[in-house]
Design a protein around this ligand. Structure first.
Ligand code: PEP
Ligand code: MN
Length: 333
């Protein structure tokens, strides 16, 4: 249930109302917007008399929320949430590009790519240290060493870093990571989501290979329910019957998610298509469709990449994409 307060209600009046709601056994989520305050009631609201609430003179309107996601729901929080990671903002009109290799390989590779993508306008550096590979015989990532190399690249370039976590027990290794990625395969690893909910780290939550938008938002809800509301969603394509592309980029999800949730939405055209030459057109389409950011795989030598070379751009190709993205943004502004 949400209760929208009339403009001009004092802090004391709203505190009294919140206390009264809490006495009835629900938790109250307060969204202080520029124009109005929205109180989101979480828990068993069946005992709350909506008509009685509506009759109070400080209340503008009362609505029951039927969707199972509450904290992630736009109705709970009408204004866009801005998530900040390492000083970079996503959402509410803020747009940023994350770029870097699929996997961290060597000190030279990650630092070189970091420098190049920074020069081309990337705001954050990505690189996998723990890699979720389909085959146990494929490169699994450099683990702790990979995070150290990312931190070294961060020291040298100033770019904040994004890397994937696969196991909550590894959290101590992520202390200096600016944005923790939950990969598609772990979108419904509920224990991992709960552990991340207890941290105050920004989380980049990728959509599962075969998950609905509702399931996607329920996973965000798991993190938010623990108290961590710094969640950025990432559309990275979903499985279809057609092997022509690695996945199918569900771009309609971007404007649809913007209606359903206040959280920022980033698009990953690299994993969505699996084909480097499709990354540029899909990046531009994502920006035109309202994405709050992009995450793009860039490698110094895609042909010899230890993972995902076929979808990786060279730094020169990334430079072109980054410039064209700015043009689309300027055209839309
Ligand atoms: C990745 O970002 O390298 C990755 C493994 O992505 P996804 O979880 O979307 O497949
Ligand atoms: Mn990859």
């Amino acid at each position: 249930m949400i209760a929208v307060l009339k403009p001009g209600v004092s802090g004391e009046q709203s505190a009294k109302l919140i206390e009264w709601f809490e006495e009835q056994g629900v938790k109250v989520h307060v969204s202080n917007g520029e124009f109005q305050t929205v109180l989101g009631l979480i828990g068993d609201t069946s005992r709350i008399d909506a008509e009685l609430v509506e009759s109070l003179d400080i209340i503008e309107s009362v609505k029951r929320i039927s969707e199972p996601y509450k904290k992630a729901n736009r109705k709970f929080h009408p204004e866009d949430t801005i998530v900040e990671a390492g000083g970079v903002k996503f959402g509410g009109g803020n747009f940023a590009i994350i770029a870097g290799p699929c996997s961290v390989e060597t000190p030279e590779q990650i630092t070189y790519v970091a420098q190049r993508v920074k020069e081309s306008g990337a705001a954050m550096l990505r690189g996998g240290a723990f890699k979720p590979r389909t085959s146990p015989y494929d490169f699994q990532g450099l683990h702790e060493k990979g995070i150290e190399l990312l931190l070294e690249a961060k020291r040298q370039t100033g770019l904040p870093i994004v890397t994937e976590i696969m196991n909550a027990e590894h959290l101590p290794l992520f202390e200096e990571v600016d944005l923790i990625q939950v990969g598609a395969r772990n979108m419904q690893n509920f224990e991992l989501l709960k552990a991340l909910g207890k941290t105050n780290k920004p989380i980049l939550l990728k959509r599962g290979l075969a998950n609905t938008l509702k399931e996607f938002l329920m996973s965000a809800e798991y993190i938010m329910a623990g108290g961590n509301e710094n969640v950025i969603l990432c559309e990275r394509g979903i499985r279809s019957f057609d092997p022509a592309t690695r996945n199918v980029l569900d771009l309609a999800s971007v404007p649809l998610l913007h209606e359903m949730t206040h959280l920022p939405i980033v698009v990953d055209p690299s994993h969505a298509t699996g084909i480097a030459r499709l990354v540029e057109p899909m990046s531009l389409a994502a920006v035109a469709g309202g994405a709050d950011g992009l995450i793009i795989e860039v490698h110094n030598d895609p042909q010899h990449a230890w993972s995902d070379g076929a979808q990786s751009l060279t730094p020169d190709q990334f430079d072109v994409v980054s410039k064209k993205v700015r043009k689309i943004q300027a055209a839309l502004a």
